[in-house]
Design a binder for this molecule. Structure first.
Ligand code: MRU
Length: 351
């Protein structure tokens, strides 16, 4: 199934619960956009394109929940819902992008309230369908960069679970594998929420791609000793100058790759490029609860002292910004952008 999908029989939104994988595979159904906003914050669904698709469907839920018979009232209800959904996570621009796209349709659709309701759902579904098609195009562009026999380092989870289906950076690796290239993946475990160890490794098993999980702080060792030929990562928001915001730890990986002359490729659908921001310094960085850092247990015992846990003595930025100077190329569905990114990225995004 898709990570995020509308059930047309029940008129509910269904999502894979990513908090409990790989231990359990469960689907949660949503009828209420407030509950969906909470699910985005709580990371039932995560990954920039998946969040975007979920938010689009969130407006379809809001349209369904609204009892408005007047178009004007329905549009106000949708605007309120868009604000709630927008506040659920700040860094991934796909969230704002999808909400804007669906709201534009809601504003422009002629006819009565039910026509607008239908159009909202249709647009949300369109965003979800396009995501899969875009990811596969992007995967083909990126797979050309992988040589037979490469070992690649991958950070966080950027696979089918982070999108509607197929994935971004992990989609590239999957495509290379399906095209018959031998590729081995060193999976950054990705503290603190372990999206690499829990989700990426789980996906790679299903695709039959060989992998080994490494602790995040081991990546430099593998790059320095020539045991990895490329790095592939995703992005939650890429600025006009090619600065890439992605899961915390991406910057350190990029630094180590650059120092060792290893190509570093973010794989970024154009919906993740925010041309309104001149540089990555302007990207809002989500800071999550210290509990995510402090709740680590080994052998049933907390690894952090009790006082740290009681007082929340931890910092937990969820993303960092990798400056464009460390980026070899940015893979999009429209081709690969190379430096200087101001020109090349803009060309791929707006043609
Ligand atoms: O906090 P998450 O798990 O939502 O972060 C996800 C990432 O950082 C991904 O690399 C990013 O969304 C791009 S991949 C589709």
């Amino acid at each position: 199934m898709r990570t995020v999908q509308w059930n047309f029989q029940t008129n509910q939104l269904e999502m894979i619960d990513q908090r409990i994988l790989p231990g359990a595979f469960e689907i949660i159904s949503y009828t209420d956009y407030h509950a969906l906003a909470h699910a985005i914050t709580d990371m039932v669904v995560r990954g920039a394109p998946a969040i975007g698709a979920a938010a689009g469907f969130g407006l379809a839920l809001a349209a369904q929940q609204s009892s408005a018979s007047e178009v004007k009232t329905l549009r106000t209800d949708l605007q309120n819902a868009a604000e709630v959904l927008h506040a659920s996570r700040p860094t991934a621009v796909n969230l704002a992008w999808a909400l804007k796209r669906v709201m534009e349709v809601a504003q422009l659709t002629p006819g009565g309230a039910d026509d607008v309701r239908e159009a909202v759902l249709r647009e949300a579904q369109q965003i979800a369908d396009e995501d899969v098609e875009i990811n596969q195009r992007m995967a083909r562009n990126g797979a050309a960069l992988i040589n037979d026999g490469d070992t690649v380092i991958h950070h966080c989870n950027t696979g089918a679970l982070a999108t509607v289906d197929w994935g971004t950076a992990l989609g590239v690796i999957r495509m290379a594998h399906e095209l018959g290239k031998k590729v081995h993946v060193l999976v950054d475990e990705t503290r603190p929420r372990l999206q690499g160890a829990r989700l990426t490794a789980w996906e790679l098993e299903q695709y039959g791609v060989p992998y080994e999980i490494i602790s995040d702080n081991a990546a430099g060792y593998f790059l320095h000793t020539g045991q990895a030929q490329k790095c592939f990562v995703g992005s939650d928001r890429t600025a006009a100058n090619g600065d890439v915001a992605n899961k915390i730890g991406t910057y350190m990986l990029a630094l180590a790759a650059h120092d060792n002359g290893v190509p570093f490729y973010p794989v970024v659908p154009t919906s993740t490029v925010d041309l309104s921001l001149a540089s990555g310094d302007l990207i809002p960085i989500e800071e999550r609860t210290p509990d995510e850092v402090l709740d680590l247990q080994k052998g049933g015992m907390f690894t952090a002292p009790a006082r740290a846990r009681e007082n929340g003595w931890a910092r937990n930025p969820a993303f960092d910004v990798t400056p464009a100077r460390l980026v070899t190329g940015i893979v999009t569905e429209n081709g690969v952008a190379y430096p200087p990114f101001e020109e090349s990225l803009r060309r791929l995004v707006i043609g």
